[in-house]
Design a protein around this ligand. Structure first.
Ligand SMILES: Nc1ncnc2c1ncn2[C@@H]1O[C@H](COP(=O)(O)OP(=O)(O)O)[C@@H](O)[C@H]1O
Ligand SMILES: [Mg+2]
Length: 339
């Protein structure tokens, strides 16, 4: 067995950029006229250790899902590197990609709309097994379907039901079962519990945790719900307009966020840390468009602690607060720590 310190992280993302090119027809394609570039992901780097919970948080539209889809190669990045088990994912051959497709799965919020309404739950769960030729005999496939329905705490009799017959929480369980049948190592959970009642969401998180223990899964959580993220994560990265502005261990980030944006986000949720008064920081203005992101620090147009023109002109330096806790900000660490 490999020693712990020799172990490569399961996922390494380095300098990832994903731009979407939006144009108006042929002119923009041929001459770049009217072409607009959406800077969805703009130089993002992080590492996910095997068996851990890594969370990417931020407001809607900041690029979280794009990063998740990049790691699964559902969307090709414009630039940067993604290593899976130390291997360069973007250079995988066809057969390596086929293997990777089994190892990495996604489960999503809009499970009901992503489940084919004309297929039964059983057919939906069996489909990946058939596509990947994982089981030879029909009987084996049906056994797997029944087994995974039970794993996600539904009943094997649910196999004959159609998606519309399930509640939102149950539909998400079917999505989870479908992802699990391929025995993946890595799961991207994109807003998995969004829109669910608190108790239903808690049951899904509980299920995900049990499955993680049983199958040694690594989770990449994408969420705008800091309250949830605080409890399930080992590491948290906070994203704003295509960039990670703060990253570190979950406890450090949630109890002592240093970036003004993170402080504003966390000030909006209740804290349990005794003696720490949280004053609610209200951010003014709307999140700017990723088509014309602000120059310098992207947060400068809304930052309550803006220093001056440097924030508008220069890219903020990445400051190391301790043990992998990184903050991208012009304000010196000593000053950031004072609040
Ligand atoms: N396929 C696409 N084509 C063009 N723009 C896209 C595409 N996917 C996402 N975007 C844009 O990229 C930005 C980031 O989107 P997304 O990654 O979905 O953010 P989040 O998941 O944080 O809400 C948004 O402005 C979104 O409109
Ligand atoms: Mg999203």
């Amino acid at each position: 067995m490999k020693k712990k310190r020799d172990r490569v992280p399961l996922v390494q993302v380095q300098g990832l950029k994903t731009y979407f090119y939006k144009g108006r027809g042929i002119l923009s394609k041929a001459f770049g006229k009217g072409l607009r570039i959406v800077h969805a992901v703009d130089d993002v780097s992080f590492t996910i250790e095997e068996g851990k919970n890594f969370s990417l948080v931020g407001e809607t539209g900041c690029g979280k899902s794009t990063v998740g889809r990049n790691i699964l190669r559902l969307v090709e990045p414009t630039d940067g590197k993604i290593l899976f088990e130390g291997q360069s994912l973007l250079e995988f051959s066809k057969s390596e990609m086929q293997k990777f497709r089994r190892k990495a799965q996604i489960v999503m919020q809009d499970s009901l709309s992503s489940l084919n309404p004309r297929m039964t739950a059983g057919e939906i769960i069996a489909e990946p097994l058939r596509i990947h030729g994982m089981k030879k005999y029909e009987e084996e496939i049906q056994d797997e379907v029944a087994r995974f329905l039970e794993k996600v705490r539904l009943s094997s009799e649910d196999a004959d039901k159609y998606p519309h017959e399930f509640s939102g929480g149950q539909a998400r369980r079917i999505g989870i079962a479908r992802a699990l049948v391929l025995r993946p190592q890595f799961i991207v959970a994109d807003e998995l519990t969004s829109g669910l009642d608190v108790s239903v969401a808690a049951a899904i998180l509980d299920l995900m945790q049990d499955l993680q223990d049983e199958y040694k899964l690594t989770y990449f959580w994408i969420s705008h719900d800091l309250h949830m993220v605080k409890y399930i994560s080992d590491s948290i990265a906070i994203m704003y307009l295509g960039k990670i502005i703060e990253i570190g261990k979950a406890q450090v980030i949630s109890e002592d966020p240093l970036h003004p944006y993170s402080q504003a986000l966390f000030s909006a949720i209740p804290t349990v840390k005794p003696g720490r008064e949280t004053k609610k920081i209200i951010l003014v203005g709307e999140i700017p468009s990723p088509i014309h992101p602000p120059s310098g620090c992207r947060f400068n147009t809304r930052c309550p602690r803006k220093l001056g023109t440097i924030c508008e002109t220069d890219e903020p330096p990445r400051q190391d607060a301790s043990d992998g806790h990184l903050i991208s900000c012009h304000i010196p660490l000593e000053e950031l720590r004072k609040v």
